[in-house]
Design a protein around this ligand. Structure first.
Ligand code: NCD
Length: 314
């Protein structure tokens, strides 16, 4: 594999082998000195045209834990503000010699465009409303860790599906691994057409909650909304928010997940995010290990045996 652009490019076996590789790196992250020299001499650049806290820091942490050098290119402090084009930007950082670029951009398709302009491995860190493949890899890894398997599990994805690249990548990853997916949202927060999506749809969260193994919540992405798609946030919370009362409808072991950033009090009540069945903290820590696996796959030998060897030697 040369790039990681989309979950759509991955088979079930590809996803499972990234999960297996992740197992090796989870252990490294728990060490006192969480570092292995697997990618020494390699340089990873993060090129972020959109705000991000966890994804950028997570990739940079992953690269550093593998011994790679990292550079950050954030739009607010770069020549992009002076009108530099994407092409010139990638040529400039390419001229410094880079092995991988992690890109986040407000337009769908930018990571594919970059693969035509650079020899570096390109990783999609989120492109518009389209995909966010490493989020789906870390979410499926977290579910596998908690529930053993996704096969035959029922997962509800609740909230602003329309604007969510996380939802698109997760629908693909969850169903590739054998889970059944129900999207729960008001019609205005669903994509105009769901043709080809292997999902069911419901507008009634209360009736779905008792039946699911995972309740995956999404943020209301107000920065992407050009019109009022819900009457008021209060009304949204009343109908679709995972309030404390609603969380009691879940089976005792059902997981509550959220990719972050959370709007506590809107899509999720503060007390619900602190339940033992809530996985947000694990999602973030697994995110680093999953991204280590992805970088190792694209820039290192990528084999499980080699990963086991560098991890054991360090
Ligand atoms: C998401 C994103 O930016 O796509 N966050 C993340 O990467 N963890 C979701 C969001 O912004 O709501």
């Amino acid at each position: 594999m040369k790039h990681l652009l989309s979950i759509a490019d991955l088979s079930r076996e590809d996803i499972e082998s990234i999960h297996d590789l992740t197992d090796n790196f989870v252990e490294v992250s728990r060490r006192q000195i969480p570092k292995v020299p697997a990618l020494r001499g390699k340089t990873v650049v993060s090129l972020f045209y959109e705000d991000s806290t966890r994804t950028r820091i997570s990739f940079e942490t992953a690269a550093k834990r593998l011994g790679a050098d990292t550079m950050t290119f954030s739009v607010s402090s770069s020549s992009v503000k002076k009108g530099e084009s994407l092409r010139d930007t990638i040529d400039t950082i390419g001229a410094m010699g880079i092995d991988a670029v992690v890109v986040r951009h407000q337009s769908a398709g930018v990571p594919w465009q970059l693969t035509r302009w650079t020899d570096a491995a390109v990783i999609n860190g989120g492109d518009g409303w389209h995909e966010h493949p490493t989020q789906a890899l870390l979410d499926t890894y977290t579910i596998r860790e908690r529930l053993g398997t996704l096969d035959g599990r029922h997962i509800a994805i609740v909230g602003d599906i329309k604007h969510s690249r996380v939802a698109r990548s997760n629908v693909l990853a969850f169903t590739a691994l054998g889970a059944e997916v129900t999207l729960v949202a008001p019609p205005t927060l669903l994509p105009p057409s769901l043709e080809g999506w292997p999902v069911r749809v419901s507008h009634d969260l209360d009736s779905i909650l008792p039946k699911v193994d995972v309740c995956y919540l999404l943020r209301m992405q107000r920065e992407r909304m050009t019109e009022a798609l819900v009457p008021t946030l209060r009304e949204y919370t009343a109908t679709y928010g995972l309030t404390r009362r609603r969380a009691d409808l879940l089976a005792p072991r059902a997981l509550v997940m959220h990719p972050g950033p959370m709007n506590r009090g809107v899509e999720i009540a503060a007390e619900v995010s602190d339940l033992p069945t809530a996985t947000m903290v694990e999602q973030v820590s697994n995110g680093v290990a999953v991204r280590m696996a992805v970088l190792f796959l694209l820039l290192g030998s990528g084999t499980r045996a080699e990963a086991a060897r560098v991890v054991a030697d360090a």
